[in-house]
Write a protein that binds this ligand. Structure first.
Ligand SMILES: N[C@@H](CCC[C@H](N)C(=O)O)C(=O)O
Length: 297
């Protein structure tokens, strides 16, 4: 029997970032990577991340959240998914303020008609925080490039950790960048021992950035909240923007405010319920894993 069989799920999205919420607070249960991969199949329940809710571990939090990418790997942060679980929890309890906890720390959330705000905590910029494979003096621009050696298409990204690792390449025209071509090799580049989320960012003005993201463990997505945060703080560090910016992703806009008083990053944007249901054995089992005679009368 599949571990998650018969569990209720809620399908949501944050700017088109496809999220499945699994509320496992009534009995902690691991999410087997093979079941996550089977569920993510295009004709089953395609998602970018599962947000799995477990019983809270710290006072004042509603749940401990684990984040699972569609390749079965685990992440430490998911901005769009966090807005989704905030909306889910608000619907369940009626509360408009709540906090979750992840392996990266506490996530305070506010649900308001104009948007859901998540306090994503403080960014980290040390080479060992990202992490990078070895010492780098200045993480505002590291030595890394993609494309032909004599005429690189992408070069010198900023790197930041906002719970999870990000590399941001600054480009003049985001539409001219084929991130699907360069994303896989950069995600797996040896400079990133834990892989990385790869972004191409175009600065439109001191308060507006366009962004495309190749997500670690997923691929191209409509939006990535943590990448928007990592990009905003990296742009501000470089003096390319101020500390409050709108980040426009293919799926829509996020407002990112890198608060001066405590260096916390506040991310504001929407989240949507789509539908709910129950997981079945068929959804959790990839065809290749099924017995050869499955389906035979
Ligand atoms: N979609 C997310 C980021 C999800 C995690 C990422 N793929 C990783 O492995 O770090 C977001 O909205 O932040």
């Amino acid at each position: 029997m599949a571990a998650l069989e018969n569990r209720p799920f809620v399908k949501m999205n944050g700017l088109g970032n496809e999220i499945v919420v699994l509320d496992l607070r009534d009995g902690p249960l691991a999410v087997p990577p093979a079941e996550a991969r089977a569920l993510a199949r295009r004709d089953v329940l395609p998602f970018d991340q599962i947000m799995a809710l477990y019983p809270p571990e710290s006072e004042g939090t509603s749940a401990f959240v684990r984040i699972i990418n569609c390749d079965g790997s685990e992440s430490q942060a998911c901005g769009n998914g966090t807005r989704c679980i905030a909306l889910y929890e608000a619907g369940r309890t009626g509360a408009d303020h709540m906090a979750f906890e992840s392996v990266a720390g506490r996530l305070d959330c506010t649900v308001a008609p104009e948007g859901i705000t998540v306090d994503m905590g403080m960014p980290r910029f040390g080479w060992h925080d990202i992490p990078l494979a070895g010492p780098v003096a200045d993480t505002r621009a590291i030595e890394l490039q993609a494309g032909p050696a004599e005429a690189p298409v992408l070069r010198g990204p900023a790197v930041a950790n906002v719970g999870n690792p990000h590399a941001i390449f600054w480009v003049d025209d985001i539409d001219a960048v084929d991130l699907a071509r360069f994303g896989p090799e950069l995600e797996h580049h040896p400079v990133f021992p834990e892989r990385a989320n790869i972004s191409a960012a175009q600065i439109l003005s001191p308060d507006h950035i366009r962004l495309k993201v190749w997500e670690r463990g997923v691929g191209l997505t409509q939006a990535c909240g943590s990448a928007a945060c990592a990009t905003a703080v990296s742009a501000a560090r470089l003096g390319l923007t101020g500390r409050r910016v709108t980040v426009s992703l293919p799926g829509g806009d996020l407002v990112i405010d890198w608060r001066e008083s405590d260096d916390h990053i506040l991310m504001t944007g929407p989240a949507e319920f789509e539908f709910d249901g129950r997981l079945t054995a068929d959804m959790l089992t990839a065809p290749a894993d099924r017995p050869a005679n499955a389906g035979a009368a």
